[in-house]
Write a protein that binds this ligand. Sequence first.
Ligand SMILES: NC(=O)c1ccc[n+]([C@@H]2O[C@H](COP(=O)([O-])OP(=O)(O)OC[C@H]3O[C@@H](n4cnc5c(N)ncnc54)[C@H](OP(=O)(O)O)[C@@H]3O)[C@@H](O)[C@H]2O)c1
Length: 382
Amino acid sequence: MQLRVTNLLVGSCRSFKVYHSTYSSKVSQKCSSLIYQSNGDPEKVVELIESTLSKPSKSEVMVRMLAATINPADMNMIQGIYPIKPPLPAVGGNEGVGEILMVGSDVKDFQVGDRVLSIIPGWGTWRTHANSRADQFIKISKDLPVVSAATLSVNPCTAYRMLKDFVKLEKGDVIIQNGANSAVGQAVIQIAAELQVRTINIVRNRPDLSKLVDHLNSLGATHVLTDDLLRSPEVKEILEDLPKPKLGLNTVGGKSAADLLKHMEAGSTLVTYGGMSKQPLMVPTGLLIFNDVKLSGFWMSRWTAENMRSQEQRNMIQWLTDLVMAGKLKPPKHEVISFSEFKMGIHKTMQPFTGKKQILLMNGLDGSAVDPSSEKSDPPKT
Ligand SMILES: NC(=O)c1ccc[n+]([C@@H]2O[C@H](COP(=O)([O-])OP(=O)(O)OC[C@H]3O[C@@H](n4cnc5c(N)ncnc54)[C@H](OP(=O)(O)O)[C@@H]3O)[C@@H](O)[C@H]2O)c1
């Protein structure tokens, strides 16, 4: 599916000064953006540029970005291997939160000071300011902590949809997922816990495994197992008290997908939403024939394009917002970095076993001021 994308260096370079309720041609706003002029290695092609924004047109708003996530899909988009290919040069980033600084005269749905998320896949969130059409944003509560807001529109929404749209899950049902420590996986655990659905969570082994297990348990995981343990005979005893999973969520591919399927109920569905191992799915023939397992895929960008500004989209954002406000949906393990540290953030995002989402904080915001769970960045391991 080819989605139309209006990323970019929108806004001309007329000079003007920002103020809040009205504006004049004298207003000017400096803007920093992380852009790529060609597709390639994100560590090499992403650069910081400065520009000056003109005032927003009648149908536009000027947004001051507060924070934005660096996700694996952003890397793929920059590499040019993602189905969404913004016209170049393009601003990186797909997830983030901003605040409305100015509104065009025809804009009725937003006011200065509103917090917004971009609802256009590939919009380009890695910038300090942007002028964009007002209908490219959705309003969110100002009470949401900035990091939670900045990490809401892609991964928790993906988790929510996969738990709602494929299998009718009842209280006490079980799901199984690999990549359980990914941002999506952490959201799956918390949303499932709220729905009283139990989760079997598969992660890769690592030296500090117990810390990871403790973290996922604290989010509400029912079981956290390594992929090695899932393949071992001992797993039978660990899982014997649970009904077999009705739904599997696969972001790894390769043998890991087969491992999930082997533990799933007859007639159940495996939804693939990522391919982190870069290996094709291995599906045992017998499970398709004798267990009637179903294979499906999910892409949040498609869902968003098909449900833009729908009541269902608003309901989802509200439900997730309420969960955050109730303290039941925490942002993924993360560390905050300043805009100028983008190279380190990109580098860490491309490493295995990083375990922490990299979050760019714009405009001099301090992580500890925006989210108590934020960690400051450690130097990259090279
Ligand atoms: N289809 C959609 O709509 C949609 C939406 C959101 C995300 N996604 C996709 O979902 C995936 C996860 O995204 P995210 O933002 O949640 O990621 P993330 O927080 O950056 O986490 C990456 C995950 O991938 C695992 N991983 C990395 N390399 C691996 C490998 N070679 N084999 C097995 N596991 C590996 C990591 O495990 P370790 O800790 O063991 O390295 C970690 O669990 C990405 O592929 C992303 O593109 C898809």
